[in-house]
Design a protein around this ligand. Structure first.
Ligand code: TMP
Length: 207
């Protein structure tokens, strides 16, 4: 089972992933919790380039290829082996993030992206994606609170620094994607309490 979490900045993915991993452990289900970018040693170096707030002149194609490079390494070192062992994989962001951030929002060619997909993912595709949806003002408010309280987060704030219109596009992009694959992408109202959201996720997976 391959589960991914998506959403705008500050949508609460990390909290929900932790809770889901705990719930799976309690059920005796072996799982790998991972994230993009930066789940491998090489990926961490790529992440530092991608999210560095000082890198404000990054070419959109360069950005795309760095995310894809991170993903190739992630597939090879983490995701494919875990799935082959029959473990559940929970990833904080995956392919949809590239479609929405680099494709729909930066305006890169989606056909080109789709052509690359089988080369990078083979036949791997998420079984379930939880899209934590909330208004941009709330998400960004939370994200900036985190950034203001942590030097590490401040360094990684290249995307949070984008204008509000950019984040609106991301939110709408994700919602549009969910209409195309409604069985896989489950939209969850992320303004609800962490408890309520967690229960909805469990219900979706186990009921
Ligand atoms: P996060 O760890 O806070 O989710 O930060 C990752 C950032 O990278 C986030 O702003 C979304 C962005 N991103 C892309 O633009 N494309 C991608 O393919 C992925 C995985 C993330």
């Amino acid at each position: 089972m391959f589960i991914t979490f998506e959403g705008i900045e500050g949508s609460g993915k990390t909290t929900q992933i932790k809770r889901l991993a705990k719930a799976l452990k309690e059920r005796g289900i072996p799982c790998l919790v991972t994230r993009e970018p930066g789940a491998t040693k090489i990926g961490l170096q790529i992440r530092a380039i991608l999210l560095d707030r000082k890198n404000n002149k990054m070419d959109p194609l360069a950005e795309l290829f760095l995310y894809l490079a991170d993903r190739c390494q992630h597939m090879r070192e983490k995701i494919s082996p875990a799935l082959a062992q029959g473990r559940w994989v929970i990833s904080d962001r995956f392919w949809d993030a590239t479609v929405v951030y680099q494709g729909l929002t930066r305006g890169l060619n989606l056909k080109f992206l789709n052509q690359l997909r089988p080369k990078i993912l083979g036949s791997v595709w998420p079984d379930k994606t939880f899209l934590l949806d909330l208004p941009v003002s709330i998400g960004l408010g939370r994200a900036w609170e985190r950034i203001n309280n942590s030097e590490a987060s401040r360094k990684e704030s290249r995307f949070e620094k984008e204008a509000e219109a950019f984040h609106q596009k991301i939110r709408l992009g994700y919602l549009n994607l969910s209409l195309k694959e409604p069985n896989r992408i489950v939209v969850i109202d992320a303004t609800h309490s962490p408890d309520q959201i967690h229960k909805k996720i469990l219900k979706n997976l186990f009921d």
